[in-house]
Each structure stands twice: as C-alpha cells, then as structure tokens.
Design a protein around this ligand. Structure first.
Ligand code: GRF
Length: 210
C-alpha cells in the first residue's frame, strides 16, 4: 500500500497513521501528505518528520483544477490508497471514481448520525450533546460522492457523559480515532476487506485458526 494522507487541520490522525507505519503495525508506505492549506498543523508535523508534503494550489471552488492537481500528485508519488484525515475540501468526483474502494475518511461520530454537509469539528459534538445521545464514537468509512455517506468499515463507541462539553467529548472521540484509523488501514493493506454495495465484510487473517 502506497498511502497518501490528505489533511487540513492539526493532524493528530495523520500522526497516528505515521506512528503505525513507523512501528510496523501498519504495513504501508507513507508516500505523501497532501494539505489543502499551507498553515495546517499537519504540514508542520510532516515537515518535522521528513515526510514529503504537497500543498494544493488549485482554488477551493475549482473542482476540475483540484482533480487535475490531485491526479498529478497521485501519479508522481505512485499512490494507490488515500486516507482523508480532517481534509476540509470536497474531493472531486473524478478522484472519488478513480479511488473507489481505495479511499477512506474518518468522522467523529457514529454515522449515519451527526454527519453530512456542515457537520464537522465542534459542531458534530455539540449536536451529539444537544441531542442527548448516550453514546457517540468514531466511524471510518469508504468515500463516495456524498458527505459522510460511504460504506462503513469500522466504528467504535465512547460514552457521552452528563456534564460533557464539546471539547471533552471531542477529546474522548479522538482517542478512539487514533486507534481506529490505523486499524482500518491495516485491514485494507492486508487485503481483508470485501465490499458488497453498502456492506463491508472484514475477513479473517489468512493464518487464523477457528
Ligand atoms: C477528526 O475529528 C476527524 O474525525 C475529522 O476531522 C478531525 C481531524 O483532526 N474528520 P486531526 O487533524 O486529525 O487532529
């Protein structure tokens, strides 16, 4: 697996993926970090760790230019798998099509709850608290043309506590994210994922005994 991680923010999930590659628990090569903005914390992290980084220069609203730029990056770095990790730009449909079944995103809630257009960052956790749910969590899903609508690969839960603030809930969910994202990528790297429409089946490791 030659992985590109797409970022826009602080990059804590990016870091979790880097760590998993470095400690050998994720059998992948981190080919490139792609950022939608030059000032993302993730870019600083990538540079500190000598990971090759590309900053998108296409204007955010220009889908065709963005698609051309992403295609050129994935060709140059021979990327065969994309992980969106807090990437705040819509992925052009042409890229979604080219990477169908090979592009993941992570969302800080139990989809399909608290997802969709405009549901990102603090708002997700505000909505979960406001709604009174007892549990929230994180979801890793395949990327399709919608917002947070692709087939679900892995989920895990955290409790929502009576006195939670969005910040405290976000921190609890992030801890789960940092474990879940490398786990999901490992399943793909090991070829242990079967996709049938919306249903994703995790296959046993080849050497497992029942
Ligand atoms: C995470 O909460 C992730 O679920 C969402 O964006 C946030 C990114 O955080 N898609 P970070 O940049 O990985 O710290």
């Amino acid at each position: 697996m030659r992985l590109a991680v797409f970022v826009s923010g602080g990059g804590s999930n990016f870091q979790a993926i880097v760590d998993a590659v470095r400690d050998g628990s994720l059998p992948a090569t981190l080919a490139v970090c792609v950022s939608s903005r030059p000032d993302a914390g993730a870019v600083e992290r990538a540079r500190r760790q000598a990971i090759r980084t590309e900053i998108l220069s296409a204007p955010p609203g220009d889908e065709q230019a963005t698609a051309r730029e992403i295609r050129s990056i994935v060709e140059r770095y021979e990327v065969d798998f994309i992980a969106l990790a807090g990437f705040m730009r819509r992925v052009p449909a042409a890229v979604v099509e080219a990477f169908r079944g090979r592009m993941l995103n992570i969302h800080p809630a139990l989809l399909p709850a608290f997802g969709g257009a405009g549901m990102y960052g603090r708002r997700v956790h505000e909505a979960a608290i406001e709604h009174g749910v007892r549990f929230s969590g994180a979801t890793v899903h395949l990327v399709d043309e919608g917002y947070d609508t692709g087939p679900i690969v892995l989920q895990d839960v955290v409790p929502v506590l009576p006195d939670d603030t969005p910040e405290r809930l976000a921190a609890r969910v992030l801890e789960v994210e940092h474990r879940l994202y490398p786990d999901a990528l490992r399943l793909f790297a090991e070829g242990r994922v079967r996709i049938d429409g919306r249903r994703v089946t995790i296959l046993d490791p080849p050497d497992s005994t029942i």
